[in-house]
Design a binder for this molecule. Sequence first.
Ligand SMILES: *Cc1c(COP(=O)(O)O)cnc(C)c1O
Length: 494
Amino acid sequence: MYFTSTRSPRNVTSAQAIARGLAEDGGLFIPSEFPKISGELIDRMIDMDYKARAREVLALYLTDFSADEIARGVEAAYTGTFDSENPAPIVEVAPGLNVLELWHGPTCAFKDMALQLLPHLLTISARKAAPGRTMVILTATSGDTGKAALDGFADVPGTKIIVFYPQNGVSAMQKLQMVTQQGGNVAVCAIEGNFDDAQNGVKKIFADREMKEYLNAHNMEFSSANSINFGRLVPQIVYYVSAYCDLIRQGKLRKGEAFNVAVPTGNFGNILAAVYAREMGIPIARLICASNRNNILTDFIRTGVYDRNRPFYTTTSPSMDILISSNLERMLSLLYGGDTSAVAGLMEELARNGRYSISDAAREKLQSEFFGGFCDDAGTAATIGEIYRKYHYLCDPHTAVALNVYKQYRRETGDATPCVLASTASPFKFAAAVLPAIQPGELPADEFGMVAKLSEVTGVPVPKPLAGLKDLPVLHKGCVSKEGMKLFIRNFLQ
Ligand SMILES: *Cc1c(COP(=O)(O)O)cnc(C)c1O
């Protein structure tokens, strides 16, 4: 197994791909081929716990890691860090609607599934691919990646981590989680702008010659904790494989029986992991791609035209407020059968004109695999209320977007195939949006008042990591312009 780039042929190991984050040609690392999960392996995995399943899946991609390296990483990532026995439990909310709860980790969002493991994969990768170097993890966040990466990398020897978040683009709780982060190797800074500004700024710094020379001279190297890093994707493939095994074990699915997957989507990382699981042989039928009012992916799936020349909206599901979905590039590579010049051409068009249009053949393939839909903030709130009243299930706004679009899908197609719907955050991270959707009326003035009220009204306990934030001091107060990001990094690294 080796890794290549979406934009030109390469030949690197998984350790090199993970240590670098981004390929030198600006493309994303992809596996040279998809390893297959045989029926015999599924039979064995059905009886395994999550960690054992993770070891099996990781070993198929990380062929330059020893079994012991993988086992130690998995053990550290998923032991005592999640508040449930299974890190990714399934709740059957309604017949055929299986909600895969991915937010039982330390920061209460699905990013923990990968970011509790990534620091281990990355330090092992760095030892193999860049021995003796300090890895500087540079991260742009739409809210949840930042905290999950900080939690994963805080005080990890041989690493430093810098997180940029949009000043007015994250929820109060998300911001509080980041600005209270402790650790000797962490830096957190707001930027004047939205998530795309933060992500573009980070991408520019990755490619900056001066910055590269500075790091080289100080025996440091940039890497990424964003889902452009292949090390983020592999752990995400695991939970789709694991969900399939759990559904079989629970008698809800026969072996080989197809199921749909619905995902609230931003950077296209989570849903891409489901695509990869399918490429490996998991019988996933339709992929339901749910967006909020920033519905660029809905338009793309429906028309084959990706056009970012449109207003950017701030919504109640901030982790999906994105107009440039980085991981779509990996999907394009699949749609174009690995044609690197075709993908490079599309990415060039995107950089130049902010839009591109895919071929008829690629569009037909895309539409046969995906359903795209979106809902606005009003639809999100209505769904949170409806799901709570009807099924007594409390969900966060991102999950509600997926539930809303799943309902649209059922209505439009009549397809009653069992569905695994990814639930991506705890509702208590977004109390200001969730509480009024459950119980209209006057809201408590402050964040923790709302969190307490939400718990009181629903009887659902507040996750410990969120409750504990109340008493922590604010350690990171900085805010810079896009142009100021470079200087902020230089000052921190000195
Ligand atoms: C990151 C995130 C998403 C979007 O996931 P992508 O992999 O970027 O598509 C959805 N919901 C929540 C809560 C998130 O944190």
